[in-house]
Design a protein around this ligand. Structure first.
Ligand code: NAD
Ligand code: UDX
Length: 484
């Protein structure tokens, strides 16, 4: 199977940028161009300050950029010239209309498909890289056939991306699998083989898995749902551990030693975040609901319900432990990104925890090594999460003053004069802090609420801290939240 000469990717985001950089690195004979409608994003990809932070990304981009990797806003020309067109645009949850709050918003996808149809001639392979609802390829085909001229022929493939942020480059360099779904026709099979030949430049043949289109589309939603379900399962058990004196890390470790279960993704936490898990599960729930599969929809919905419960539980635990009030108390927030090694804050649990504390009158001092102040402030001002009852929450959010939030440039500054600190992201540097010094600069009793079970709790207790860890045996000082 001969390799394509030119590849274009529509969408220069967290997926499009790193994925194409990896293809360019491993396929020097292919010209790869990433296009986007956002000029600032493309300018950043062409600069020394890339628009996203990913360990190892700078090196890969710098090695290929200007040779066989290009970033451009000239979408039409690049699409017209390409043999393979990846579409990696955003597919967020719909915010209005039918399916609002649940279904995927395919506006960006449709606009990309219409653009492809407008400028394409000859034969092209269109690759769904974005996460999309199952059966999207059918809709894409309809748009392409009804809008393009008769000289344009194509195959649509589904090639969902499984990279995780923070480890994108290593995930792309050594993927557990590459999944390619295509039509079971001659042309479909040839298209699958062509795309497979690109990946096989660096991925072992046995790790490139082929399936039908609908299986590939559904696999992506299913994979994220199952991963998130493991976390929600451990988070549900963390509440039971706290009530009984069991330790969720010990339970998780012993469960994970069963080779049928495996040890990964069993860490109880303040809640999962990120742009994918919640969005993709809501999407799955919506699809099941629309197909009349109420019980199936309800089953997956619980994964989100448990995640919201965990965030609420964490805030309640903080407030009740700090003598039932955080009003006017300074609280240091260590970490705002949804996980370490990324500056991404989409759906980070920190948003909901911070809002819960602000609602109770706390003054927050936030530090994250990779998230800029503007982003933190704008995330906390958007009225997306309904903390309690929607109306009551909206009223309270409206009452939150900007002065309640300070963003610091070090963990020590965030901790200084605070009554408590909450670890919300598992950044390595928080493990290395000098907690003797942190203790000295805090108001006493000094509380640490470890939302990631990152720290050595016994060592902290020896220093004098009152410590709360998720799903850990409770300090006598840590109190139960009682609903009134
Ligand atoms: P993103 O928001 O970072 O990037 C999407 C880009 O597409 C934006 O820069 C936007 O300007 C651009 N865009 C939108 N419409 C366009 C158009 N018509 N023409 C040109 N550019 C257009 O999104 P992302 O995080 O890269 O996610 C992309 C897709 O990949 C989503 O479907 C997501 O669910 C999926 N995904 C994301 C991850 C992740 O870790 N972020 C992992 C796997 C899959
Ligand atoms: C996820 C999927 O892992 C990836 O395959 C998919 O392509 C995109 O969505 P991502 O959201 O980038 O990746 O990060 P991930 O490592 O999955 O973490 C998601 C959230 O779960 C984070 O907030 C993380 O802190 C949390 N998490 C993860 C836990 O709370 N406990 C765990 O055991 C693992």
């Amino acid at each position: 199977m001969s390799l394509p000469g030119k590849i274009v990717c529509i969408g220069a985001g967290y997926v499009g940028g790193p994925t194409m950089a990896m293809i360019a690195k491993n396929c020097p004979m292919i010209q790869v161009t990433v296009v986007d409608i956002s000029q600032p994003r493309i300018d950043a990809w062409n600069s020394d300050d890339l628009p996203i932070y990913e360990p190892g990304l700078d090196e890969v981009v710098k090695a290929c950029r200007g040779k066989n990797l290009f970033f451009s806003t000239d979408v039409d020309t690049c699409v017209a010239e390409a043999d393979i067109i990846f579409v990696s645009v955003n597919t967020p949850t719909k915010t209005k209309g039918i399916g609002a709050g649940m279904a995927a918003d395919l506006t960006y996808w449709e606009s990309a498909a219409r653009g492809i149809a407008r400028v394409s001639k000859g034969y092209k392979i269109i690759v769904e890289k974005s996460t999309v609802p199952v059966k999207t390829a059918e809709a894409v085909e309809k748009v392409l056939t009804s809008c393009a001229d008769s000289f344009f022929t194509f195959d649509v493939l589904s090639n969902p991306e499984f990279l995780a942020e923070g480890t994108a480059i290593s995930d792309l360099a050594k993927p557990d699998r590459v999944l390619i779904g295509g039509k079971e026709s001659d042309s479909g099979r040839k298209a699958v083989a062509c795309l497979a030949s690109v990946y096989q430049q660096w991925v072992p043949k046995e790790n490139v898995v082929c399936s039908n289109l609908w299986s590939a589309e559904l696999t992506k939603l299913a994979a994220n749902a199952v991963l998130a379900q493991r976390i929600s399962s451990m988070n549900s058990l963390s509440a039971l551990c706290e009530a009984t004196g069991a330790d969720v890390q010990q339970v998780g470790y012993a469960i994970g030693m069963d080779t049928r279960i495996g040890s990964k993704f069993l860490n109880a936490s303040v809640g999962f975040g990120g742009s994918c898990f919640q969005k993709d599960i809501l999407n799955l729930v919506y699809i099941c609901d629309s197909m009349g599969l109420k019980e199936v929809a309800e089953y997956w919905r619980q994964v989100i319900v448990m995640n919201d419960y965990q965030k609420t539980r964490f805030v309640h635990r903080m407030i009740s432990t700090m003598f039932n009030t955080v009003s006017n108390k300074k609280i240091g927030i260590l970490g705002f990104a949804f996980k370490k090694d990324t500056g991404d804050t989409r759906e980070t649990p920190a948003i909901d925890v911070c809002r819960g504390l602000l609602t109770d009158g706390a003054k927050l001092d936030i530090y994250d090594p990779k998230v800029k102040e503007d982003l933190i402030r704008s995330e906390l001002q958007l009225g997306k999460f309904e903390w309690d009852h929607p109306q009551a929450y909206a009223n309270r959010v409206a009452g939150i003053k900007d002065e309640s939030i300070n963003v610091s440039s070090s963990a020590m500054d965030a901790a200084r004069d605070s009554h408590g600190i909450a670890i919300l992201t598992e950044w390595d540097e928080f493990k290395a802090l000098d907690y003797e010094e942190v203790f000295k600069v805090m108001v006493k009793p000094a509380f640490i609420f470890d939302g990631r079970n990152l720290l050595d709790h016994n060592a902290l207790r020896k220093i004098g801290f009152v410590v709360y860890g998720i799903g850990k045996p409770l300090d006598p000082f840590v109190t139960e939240h009682k609903e009134t």
